[in-house]
Each structure stands twice: as C-alpha cells, then as structure tokens.
Design a binder for this molecule. Structure first.
Ligand SMILES: Cc1cc2nc3c(=O)[nH]c(=O)nc-3n(C[C@H](O)[C@H](O)[C@H](O)COP(=O)(O)OP(=O)(O)OC[C@H]3O[C@@H](n4cnc5c(N)ncnc54)[C@H](O)[C@@H]3O)c2cc1C
Length: 438
C-alpha cells in the first residue's frame, strides 16, 4: 500500500482527531493513521459512556474528508516525508506527507514491586480498558494505586460497573494534593469532576502518602501489602490497578529528530517541533488532559494547513491552560522511597525476565541492554525504560527503528521500497536490521 497526503496525522486520539478535522476543514488532503481498529485514543474509543465532546468530534471526523487508516501502526521513518506502517494482517504501507502531525499519546508508568507481575495486577488505565471491553468486575475487590488523577477516574468507573473498591492509594502526600486542588480554583470544571469521582467512590478508603509494597497470591493476586508512613498492613483483593501517572510516547518524534526537553517534545506556539513541517500535539508535549490535547490538535491542524492567523488565536487559549499541566506534573512527582520497592528477585524487565539483581553493576541503560537484554523484548523498553530511569537515573539515549516490533516481511518490503538504501532516520539512527532491535 502506498499513499500520499498534504498532511498526515499519526494517532487518532482526541489530539489527532482535532488536528485531522481542523486540517481537512482547510481543504487539505489529510490522512489519519492509528494502530487501533476504532478512532478515539485512550479515552474516546471505549465503549460505554462517551462524553458529548467526544461524540461531537467523532461525528465531525466521520463527516470530514479525512482518509482513515485504522489498524495501521507506524514503525519507521526511513527518510524525510515518508513513514512506514504495518497492519495487523501483515500488510506493509508507505505513507508520504508534506506536513506531519504527531499525536501519539502517552502510556502508563509502571514501577516494579514484588508481585507486580502476578495475574490480575495491571495498570489502572489497563484495568479500566478491560472493563470497558467487557471484562466482568461486579463484586470484585479492587485496589487502585499509584499516582495522578487517573486513579480516581478509574476507581469511579469500576465502581459504576459494580466493583468493590477496597482502597485508592495515592503516593502523593495530602499537603501536595491540597496545593494541587487550590491551583485548580481557576478550573471549576476539573474541580467539579474530581469531586464527582470522590463522591462516586464514597465508602472506599482514599489513602494519601500510601503505596503498595508487595502483592501476594498463588496463581493470581490475593492480597497486597500497603504502606503509609511507618504503618504496613495487608488487604485482600481480586484485582489491582496500579499506575504512576503517564509517560509520553516520544519514540516516533525522537526518531524523526525532534528536540526533546525533559522527556517531552519541544514545540513552538504553532505546535511545530524543531523539525520544520513536523508538528506534535497532545500528551507527547506535556501531560495535560483531554481538553488541552484537543486544543493543541486544533492549533496544529490549522498551522500545518497554512492558516497561521487562526492557529495563533487558539495558541493564546493554550497558554492559559499550561498552568494545569505544570500543577499536574508537580503533584505526581514520585516519592524517592518508591525506589526501594523492588527486591533482588523482583522482575524489572518482564519481557526478558531480567531481575533487579542482574542489573547490579551496570551504570547505563545501554550497558544493561547489552549485558542483560533488559528492554530488548516485545515492548522495546516501553515499560522497564521509564522504570529504570526512575530507579537508577538511566536515560534511553537513542531510538532506533523499528520503534514497534514489525514482521520481518514488513522490514523487507520497507527496504525494497527504499531500494535497499540505508534504512536510517533523518538524525542518523542505526539500520533496522540490527540484532538489538529485532
Ligand atoms: C482510563 C482513563 C481515564 C481518563 N480520564 C480522563 C478524564 O477524565 N479527563 C481528562 O482530561 N483526561 C483523562 N484521561 C487522559 C486522556 O485520555 C488523555 O489526556 C487524552 O487521551 C490524550 O489524548 P491524545 O490524543 O494526546 O492521546 P491518546 O488518546 O493516547 O491517543 C494516541 C493514539 O495514538 C496511537 N498511536 C501511538 N503511536 C502510534 C503509532 N506509532 N502508529 C499508530 N498509532 C499510534 C495510540 O494507539 C492512540 O490511539 C484518561 C485516560 C485514561 C487512560
């Protein structure tokens, strides 16, 4: 498959949908590629309760001229103006663009603790998604833990589906949460939403400065040990949803050579990255929630379509919303004590079964990868990379194609399309066929 667009958008979450619809409304030929069968991203693609805003944007997308490539995952950026993508059935595609908008979203941050790989221990958002997908949760005892507003949202949603929320454990101390709430006084809708979640889970324990130190069970989780200050106690449960805020998906922007600052893609007022013609919107530029993601999409869609004046008007509104993003970052700062959760035997890289003890003596991410295969499995370090960054201060120095595991046949056809040229990203990344990335 080969196709060309004036503007190609990667990621059909709220940010990508807003970008694609806005660009198409300016008369451009727009493509929207996403690795899921349905558009909507983390929050809008789910079944169940779809908010009015989501319905409005999805209706606009359906009524637009945007060419939708659902179920396609971009795995390489072999040269300027070209992306390679693969579909679930193994078909490989070459997508050409004049301007590119990256809206690749974020994923949950996991921190390892003894028992975190037991069945029924999963990410808070992951558990939420399973329940939206039909996994029965009614009557099940659930502990939700970690940090960030997602915990309350997930707990409230699971409760609505009949779960018994045993406890919500937020690692941030109460004083920081109060400061966060006071900063939200200018955002009444967010304060109201938080209050609604809190009311929805009334009766459940909401514990601050509290986290899981271990999960126990034979074939699946049966209980967790919680710590709050100097107190520790066990709580019986059937499911654990545990996530420590979100990590932006910056692999594709990094592969394209976009400048990354403190873990986020650096953009100007029009959402353009350091690479001319490449824009970035939504969570990769900062974790700021769905409203900010949509606004950024509207800015980039217009800017990429050459409507700079219109984009500028929206950019002013964006500046007003960045306070929430900063407040969120501050409240989710991880407590250094969480570094002492894994024991020698705790798996750090669950794909390659690398335990903490094996990482002793390694000083960098690269060294650990080469010597232990940490981060070399199917998730390509998406889980253990952010964990080791927090645990040991290791940084992922470079991103190499393919950024997602791809079929050898796709890599082959990608190379054929390139005339077996160098399969390297613009910033000079290494060839796709290196053993390390396969
Ligand atoms: C359970 C849950 C509840 C939430 N509740 C709220 C809430 O109440 N209020 C709020 O403000 N926010 C909430 N959020 C956060 C909200 O989901 C995000 O702010 C929002 O989804 C960000 O939109 P986005 O478009 O940036 O990213 P996403 O929604 O993550 O969309 C990115 C899309 O890009 C796709 N993608 C990534 N890389 C590739 C690739 N290489 N090739 C193809 N496709 C790719 C992804 O699969 C995904 O579909 C919640 C999140 C979760 C998980």
């Amino acid at each position: 498959m080969k196709d060309s667009f004036d503007i190609l958008v990667v990621g059909a979450g709220p940010a990508g949908i807003a970008a694609a619809v806005s660009a198409a409304a300016c008369g451009k030929r727009v493509g929207l590629v996403d690795d899921n069968p349905a558009a909507g991203g983390q929050i809008w693609r789910s079944g169940g309760e779809v908010p009015d805003d989501a319905q409005r944007w999805i209706a606009m997308l359906e009524a637009s001229s945007v060419a939708r490539l659902q179920g396609w995952r971009v795995f390489d950026a072999p040269r300027s103006g070209v992306l390679h993508a693969e579909r679930g059935d193994g078909e490989c595609g070459e997508l050409c663009y004049k301007n590119l908008i990256l809206a690749t979203g974020a994923r949950e941050r996991f921190l390892p603790f003894p028992g975190w790989t037991l069945p029924n221990v999963m990410g808070a958002g992951g558990l939420d998604a399973l329940v939206r997908g039909g996994v029965p949760i009614a009557g099940k005892r659930v502990v939700v833990a970690g940090t960030g507003p997602l915990l309350l949202a997930v707990a409230a949603h699971l409760k609505r589906h009949g779960a018994r929320i045993v406890a919500v454990c937020e690692q941030a101390p109460l004083s920081r949460l109060v400061r966060f709430a006071s900063r939200l006084l200018g955002e009444p809708a967010k304060l109201r939403q938080g209050a609604e979640y809190r009311i929805a889970i009334r009766g459940a324990r909401y514990l601050t400065g509290c986290w899981i130190v271990a999960a126990h069970g034979r074939d699946r989780v049966e209980s967790v040990r919680l710590r709050q200050g100097s107190k520790q106690w066990d709580v019986a449960c059937d499911f654990v949803g545990c996530g420590f805020h979100l990590v932006p998906n910056i692999e594709l922007p990094a592969l394209l050579g976009c400048r990354i600052d403190h873990g986020f893609v650096s953009v100007d007022d029009s959402m353009q990255t350091s690479v001319p013609g490449v824009y970035c919107v939504g969570e990769p530029t900062g974790i700021g929630g769905v409203e900010l993601a949509v606004l950024e999409g509207e800015i980039a869609g217009r800017a990429a379509a050459g409507r700079a004046d219109e984009a500028r008007k929206h950019a002013q509104r964006r500046r007003g919303k960045l306070g929430f993003l900063r407040a969120l970052q501050e409240v989710c700062t991880l407590d250094p004590q969480l570094r002492s959760l894994p024991t020698a035997d705790t798996r750090i890289c669950r794909c390659e079964d690398v335990r903490l003890v094996s990482l002793d003596g390694h000083n960098t991410w690269r060294d650990a990868k080469l010597q232990t295969r940490c981060g070399m499995g199917p998730c390509q370090g998406r889980v253990c990379g952010p964990a080791t960054e927090f645990l040991f201060g290791w940084r992922v120095e470079s991103v190499r194609p393919p950024i997602f595991p791809a079929l050898v046949s796709s890599l082959g056809s990608a190379c054929e399309a390139d005339g077996l040229q160098q399969n390297s990203a613009p910033q000079g990344a290494s060839p796709a066929f290196e053993k390390e990335t396969l």
